[in-house]
Write a protein that binds this ligand. Sequence first.
Ligand SMILES: *Cc1c(COP(=O)(O)O)cnc(C)c1O
Length: 413
Amino acid sequence: MPQNGFTTTILHSDRLQSVEHGAVHKPIHTSSEYAYADARELAAVFQGKAGFTYGRQGTPTTTALEAKISKMEAGTGTVSFATGMAALAAVFSTLLRKGDHLLSSQYVFGNTNSLLGTLAELGVEVSYVDPTDIAQVRAALRPNTRMVFTETIANPGTQLADLAGIGELCRELNLVYVIDNTLTSPWMFQARSVGASLVMNSLSKYISGHGDALGGSITDTGLYDWSGYANIYDSYRKGPATGWGLLQIKKKGLRDMGGTLSADSAHRIAVGAETLALRMAAHCSNALALARMLQAHPGVARVLYPGLPEHPQYERATQLFGGRYGGLLGIELADGVDCFDFLNRLKIVLMATHLGDTRSLALPAAHTIYYEMGAERRAQMGIADSLIRVSVGIEDQADLLHDFDQALQACLA
Ligand SMILES: *Cc1c(COP(=O)(O)O)cnc(C)c1O
């Protein structure tokens, strides 16, 4: 981060560029096309000069958001996308080719798991490993491995990858290291600090925070030397090599595949991001209090949360995230407490998918977001049939604890 703190930097980011009429927000630019008075200027922009051509490749509004995200992640550049999935699809499909090997965490977001299946059908070798154990990660590498992918805190099992260990391994072997930072957000964790090459964020989650916009981003940390990466096309080997990877992701992922973030969503995400630090602090403290309460509750068999000392990666989480453990937790209910009955008795908590919203959300994971993948893969990912995934919101803490307690008490009665 620059000299200023996290929130100061985000709040004043737009003003540091030239905002029209002294407006404090970057306007929502709705123009699809950008015209130039001089045809040579138009040609120059097409040939790489900074500027805008067609909205599918970005607008001044998405560019302003990208600048903010680069600051949050301490990166050298960011490309935004219509959703987090569009961002992940762009990274994998533009940087990997048939015959390359991608090593992925076995605990990934369900839709990412499905996307990796599609990639495998197209000829990329994809294999899965337990990323909490560096010995297993090392053993799973192949001569054709090009990229290693993991999330920070897995959803909903809350397993925590050996992020620093994988970073060292990737640096040693010159592999592209991609981290999905969605569950932690750049307020809790900058993936650059463990040597990530690229950082993905679903902007739909904590960064926008209010459940009213979808978006995704890829940030280059500047740590990877793309001059040695075989899959960069000649046309993108322009300028300093630090920019080549992101240029290819932008040209192929936005221009050719078209998963572009709308200016309207970019604006909402930028406004939401202003309070990321305040909201995350509330998510984290509510989740920790709830995890402690539930762990001692007779209606609960097990709580999955990295902030509990019983969590297998508690020490690692404490060290990497500075004593903050995120807003997501898993609850395995006690025998005899039916997960549907329990959820139906919650009064404040919404039964909904999504996470990172200001409101608390809960769902029965095996029966919803992890239904399609089947029982075998669920077992591999540690998802029990009774597992409830909770995205803890920023409600007043006492109200939240009371809501869970009253629902559990009613189920036990
Ligand atoms: C939600 C999520 C995504 C996908 O993001 P969308 O914006 O919903 O497409 C990817 N990874 C993780 C960890 C997520 O939670």
